[in-house]
Ligand binder design. Sequence first.
Ligand code: PMV
Length: 324
Amino acid sequence: FMQVTASAPGKAILFGEHAVVYGKPAIAVAVNKKAYVTVQKREDERIHVDIKDLKLSGYIDPENNEIEIESRENSKKGILNYVLSAVKMVHGSAQGMEIQINLDIPIGAGLGSSAAVTVATIAAVSKFNNMNLSKDEIAEYAHDVELEVQGAASRIDTTLSTYGGVIYLSKNAEDIVPLEINWNIPLVIGCTQDRGNTGELVESVRLKREGYPEVLNPILNAVEALTNDAVISLQKKDEKKIGELMNINQGLLDAMGVNTTELSRMIYLARKSGAKGSKITGAGGGGSIIAYCPGKIEEVTSNLNTIEKAFNVEISKEGVRIEV
Ligand code: PMV
């Protein structure tokens, strides 16, 4: 192949974040905001990566495990570790490559941008090298990349970027079941400027649970109950219940201590603008909110946009794909 492009979707958690760390269930969806990775042949034998959306570029060297950044100052340069590790998995015979990455997912907002980049890079580079990987193999390599780069990782993001759709997770997200949802859930995402650190937030909930086990354990059980109710409400398209369960989940996330003033402002503005439910999505402490907005997508999006970046997302039924 002279040129290959692959795309992979990002994700959002609808119910159960944090509780999932304690073996409780969660529901997460792939969203139609994607990473696109294009691989082309280069004349020399180097591997050059260019992410225009981040004004970030540089060379990666899988043999020596090195990254040489060209851009001056870049707080998002961590994403190149995922690209390097992904290329290492599948780069086969040494040959020069020009890798261009386009993102319509904001990075570091809890929307699975690094998994989407990882999965699309594995798909594009393997195809470019005439390897035919199955989706199962892509998902496995992508999980290995996250383990290498992050030290620990759940399979939520890499699973959704690979297969798309809606998933129900349990047993510390080791057990993943696809959910058949046959309607388009109208969602709006709002992103705050600051990035919450997932590891630190998970640790803060652990400490809170250790300090107040009698208080926190019932909260985690309540999240489990509402997430299981939400499966039924989603399958029945019960708009009122879906919204109420999201709002209850938000109250419990607040009780766990992962809310912020900025997230709260957006959450309440979304509700005031007509969202049936709104809550943190992901780890919190910054990052993003998700609002469920039947008939109110425009209102919620434009009102949230007056304070932070907001956009409508749809569920991506499709996972990773080679673009033609
Ligand atoms: O890092 P995020 O925003 O995708 O969310 C992580 C979800 C947590 O439940 C808080 C942690 C985890 O590993 O499941």
